[in-house]
Design a protein around this ligand. Structure first.
Ligand code: ADP
Length: 159
């Protein structure tokens, strides 16, 4: 059976930390579907369409990786794309505690789905989308935290 993993997140924006987790997971799975989770009632910084386009650009030469947006429960998306694995990245003990609760509840409700965690590379530990957004919002240069294949001019704050 094909090993399909999803990598769910907000990716607002997709950072080098996210990129590294996906790249390191490629040898482990037959297919990785990056799931941009959104909530129509919650305002995001970058529109979903831009996030889809950017992530597609990062992995355009990687046939195993695709990206889709989804509103609703992550496990429902797993069913939609036939995934048995949920991939997540761990930076700190705070990440661990947060992820542990979600993964254990998911496991209880959907025993057939396994959550798989990769520890972040040490240099990516402090990188999170909130800080990167703040840098962009205030006109700073966030290029070192964003995938190098992306055109930095696109990363202007959206109105
Ligand atoms: P969420 O809102 O679901 O936490 P994020 O877009 O912030 O979505 O993160 C998606 C996943 O990527 C999470 O598993 C998160 O822990 C992981 N992640 C975020 N930043 C990094 C990073 N710098 N290094 C490794 N993993 C990361």
């Amino acid at each position: 059976m094909e090993r399909v993993a999803i990598f769910p997140g907000s990716f607002d924006p997709f950072t080098v930390g996210h990129e590294s987790i996906v790249k390191r997971a490629i040898p482990l799975f037959d297919k990785i579907v990056i799931m941009i989770g959104y909530n129509t009632n919650k305002r995001s910084f970058f529109p979903v369409e831009k996030r889809l386009r950017w992530i597609n650009e990062v992995f355009k030469n990687e046939p195993k990786v695709s990206v889709e947006s989804h509103e609703g429960l992550t496990v429902d998306f797993c069913k939609k794309v036939n995934a048995s694995y949920i991939l997540r990245g761990l930076r700190t003990s705070a990440d661990f505690e947060y992820e542990r609760a979600i993964a254990q509840i998911n496991k209880k409700m959907h025993p057939q789905i396994e959550s798989i965690f990769l520890l972040t590379m040490p240099e990516h530990t402090p990188i999170n989308s909130t800080i990167v957004r703040d840098i962009i919002l205030h006109g700073g240069d966030a290029s070192m935290f964003l995938p190098s294949s992306l055109n930095m001019k696109e990363f202007k704050a959206d109105e």
